[in-house]
Design a protein around this ligand. Structure first.
Ligand SMILES: [Zn+2]
Length: 83
């Protein structure tokens, strides 16, 4: 009989704990993980193409030389891909 009481208490405690967690997650001021479905979308960034390998990357991360964009210093050093 005492096992049943302990089991019921355990279920009640777990239920109360889950309810608290959910309520905290739903609070509007609660910190959210980046990339969550709510909140502002990140600002669009200009995308450029690496002149050597053709990979697309944000212009902020690109290496620029002679008005050409590269994905890394290695590709900037190698220059545009010879076709
Ligand atoms: Zn590249």
């Amino acid at each position: 009989m005492s096992r049943l009481v302990i089991l019921v208490l355990l279920v009640l405690v777990v239920g109360w704990w889950l309810q608290r967690r959910i309520a905290r997650l739903r609070q509007p001021g609660a910190p959210q993980a980046p990339g969550g479905s709510r909140g502002k979308a990140p600002a669009p960034q200009d995308m450029v193409v690496c002149a050597h390998c053709g990979v697309h990357l944000p212009s902020a991360d690109a290496w620029i030389q002679d008005r050409l964009s590269y994905c890394c210093e290695e590709h900037r050093r190698l220059g545009p891909k010879a076709s």
